[in-house]
Design a protein around this ligand. Structure first.
Ligand SMILES: [Ca+2]
Ligand SMILES: [Ca+2]
Length: 208
């Protein structure tokens, strides 16, 4: 006999075997991401601050190359950290392209411009993917993972250099702040807060 006890946090399955009840952490709903958003931030004007945010909405299918389903871009032309021009479309995938989509892109891009994980010029060697890494038994996203990739100068597959997870451990329905992580010296407090904000905003794309 087994059943879920919790609607959030790590699901616990009770297994009853020959009268002995055991607590088994549930990992059966660990997600293989079928949809993810790849974000590439660039300093195209090469003044050492990010000005361009590109979003690529990918669909993953077994045995096929990842399919680009939609893309959006935002550009800060005045180097003040706020987006001035953008190309949006229906980025919350509700079937209509509205002001809400535009506000969402603006908010997401203004956050992403704070990341230190950006590319000089038009480069795309640094990127990060956002996806839901865990759902609860009702299918509600409970964990968002962000994977940071670096492309080798010699080519080949992008290398995963850092991974961060925002989860709902205190069961309030929102993603909890990320714990400080000093393992990766490229990231400071602003990066941590930014990654957390982007993880929450990612869920509003409904692309998972
Ligand atoms: Ca601006
Ligand atoms: Ca929309």
């Amino acid at each position: 006999m087994s059943w879920f006890l919790t609607g959030c946090g790590v699901g616990i399955t009770y297994k009853e075997t020959r009268g002995i009840t055991m607590l088994v952490p549930d990992i059966s709903n660990e997600a293989i991401p079928m949809r993810y958003v790849k974000v590439i931030v660039q300093d195209r004007t090469e003044n050492d601050r990010a000005d361009t945010v590109k979003l690529y909405f990918f669909q993953r299918d077994p045995d096929l190359p990842d399919e680009l389903m939609h893309q959006a871009v935002a550009f800060d032309a005045t180097a003040d950290g706020a987006v001035d021009f953008q190309s949006t479309g229906d980025i919350d995938f509700n079937g209509a392209s509205t002001l809400r989509d535009r506000r969402l892109l603006k908010t997401f891009a203004n956050e992403a411009l704070k990341l230190s994980w950006f590319n000089r010029g038009e480069g795309a060697g640094r990127s990060l993917n956002f996806y839901v890494s865990r759902y609860d038994e009702l299918g509600t996203p409970r964990e968002v993972r962000s994977d940071f990739f670096q492309r080798s100068s010699s080519g080949g597959k992008d290398k995963l250099v850092y991974s961060s997870t925002a989860g709902d451990q205190d069961c309030d329905g929102g993603l909890d702040p990320l714990a400080p992580d000093d393992q990766f010296e490229l990231f400071d407090t602003v990066d941590q807060q930014t990654i957390h904000a982007l993880s929450k905003l990612y869920l509003r794309f409904n692309w998972h």
